[in-house]
Ligand binder design. Structure first.
Ligand SMILES: *Cc1c(COP(=O)(O)O)cnc(C)c1O
Length: 420
């Protein structure tokens, strides 16, 4: 047996997350639903509170000191996000409500205006509904055709099929970086390079990568990338679209109104410079500032360190689940040191409905997700109606995995006894 001599990352950061220190149904909470939303550290909660206690004012009006202060903090948050994902310019970061809105922005501003009947949109069977439904709406409006890349035997993205589906007809590739259900990590830089060789644009859904591993938009070289603040320690109501500056420059505004204009007369308008062109109306100012605080928090720890620690947790989680009989795990297996997939386990227990598992685990204080995780088409491909998912973040521990595994074992036994 090895005895840990250095404190884990989780023990160092745990006190930053007050919500984790509570009992649920008489048991200390184990929060394993991080792929749905992450918890928030005190520095983020305080940033939001400070904003409302000290700074609250509308941005970009500049008529008084508070407004100037709010604008500086709001635009400062944009700088932080730009640096965090290594954008070349702050103009490449557009604040949105969430990743879903960011995908829709590209769908309505770019795709609807660019795609013609017979053009092809290439996506995959593992996409979140947010990176699927907007393209279905675009296809209905434009006559474009959607093609879907399937899975390999290991339940990863089938890169060979991707290559075979790519053609001069492909105008857009819209793919997830890290699957929220399979946990696989798609080779987005290679995917982008191949798409660009055919002249297609590339949008990456980075909702499950930006919070967990270093993401560099220049290294990926994608045209757009979307993420949500609430999965990366920030509040809900704030997310962002990254887009290459020349491309965003060429795209028309998506929503019209205040903030996005230059000059307005009764029957015409000119629009503002980037990125304000895409930010109609008063934005989520406090939430954006808190997203900046979340980026600071994650950067102070270091994304490489977060990723490495999550790999340790992944290895341990899969080791502990291996002895289970009748447990079907989805997605690729991690290497023995936890590499090659995200720190989440999606599974089904034979003869048991996933929706029956989650409430019984909740009874033990363990919060996991059950259902289709907004990937219904993927579940159809997997041949199941739903699944259970335990998804981890850097504040989770091995001890929590141990307790989750014990609770899972007793839950399964409980159902087996009922069935007998
Ligand atoms: C959560 C998630 C989304 C959607 O995020 P919203 O915050 O609901 O807009 C999209 N894709 C993936 C992979 C996700 O995990």
């Amino acid at each position: 047996m090895t005895i840990a001599t250095t404190p884990t990352l989780a023990t160092q950061v745990r006190a930053d997350f007050p919500i984790l220190n509570q009992d649920i149904n008489g048991q200390s909470l184990i929060y394993f639903d991080n792929a749905a939303t992450s918890q928030k550290p005190l520095s983020v909660i305080n940033a939001l509170e400070d904003y409302y206690q000290q700074v609250n004012s509308n941005v970009h009006r500049g008529a008084h000191s508070l407004s100037t202060k709010a604008t500086e903090k709001f635009e400062g948050a944009r700088d932080k996000v730009a640096q965090f994902i290594n954008a070349t310019s702050r103009n490449e970061i557009v604040f949105t409500r969430n990743a879903t809105e960011a995908v829709n922005l590209v769908a309505y501003s770019w795709a609807i205006n660019h795609l013609k009947p017979g053009d092809e949109i290439l996506t995959s069977v593992m996409e979140h509904h947010s990176n699927l439904v907007p393209w279905q709406m675009v296809a209905q409006k434009t006559g474009a055709i959607i093609k879907h890349v399937g899975l390999t035997a290991e339940q990863t993205l089938d890169l060979e099929q991707y290559k075979s589906l790519l053609s001069e007809k492909t105008k857009l590739v819209a793919l997830v970086h890290v699957s929220n259900t399979l946990g696989c990590i798609n080779p987005v830089a290679e995917i982008t390079k191949l798409a660009h060789e055919k002249g297609a644009k590339v949008l990456i859904d980075a909702c499950q990568s930006v919070p967990h591993l270093p993401v560099d938009v220049q290294a990926i070289n994608c045209d757009w990338l979307v993420a949500s603040g609430h999965k990366m320690c920030a509040p809900t109501g704030i997310g962002f679209l990254y887009g290459k500056e020349d491309l965003l420059e060429a795209m028309p505004p998506f929503l019209g109104g205040g903030e996005m204009i230059g000059e307005v007369s009764l029957d015409s308008f000119t629009y503002a410079e980037l990125p304000h062109k895409f930010e109609a109306g008063t934005p989520a100012i406090g939430e954006a500032i808190a997203l900046g605080a979340a980026v600071d928090y994650l950067s102070n720890i270091g994304m490489a360190k977060i990723h490495a620690y999550e790999e340790e947790l992944t290895a341990y989680l899969f080791q502990q689940l291996e002895p289970f009989e009748n447990l079907n795990l989805y997605g690729p297996k991690p290497t023995s040191d936890g590499k090659g997939r995200a720190a989440l386990a999606t599974f089904n227990v034979e003869n048991l409905h996933a929706n029956d598992l989650a409430p019984l685990l909740d009874y033990e204080g363990v919060a996991i997700r059950s259902g289709h995780h907004c990937t219904q088409p993927l579940h159809t491909v997997l041949g199941v109606a739903g699944s259970a998912r335990a998804s981890l973040y850097f504040y989770n521990t091995r001890e929590e995995i141990d307790r989750f595994v014990i609770a899972l074992k007793s839950t399964i036994e409980f159902f087996q006894e009922m069935l007998e």
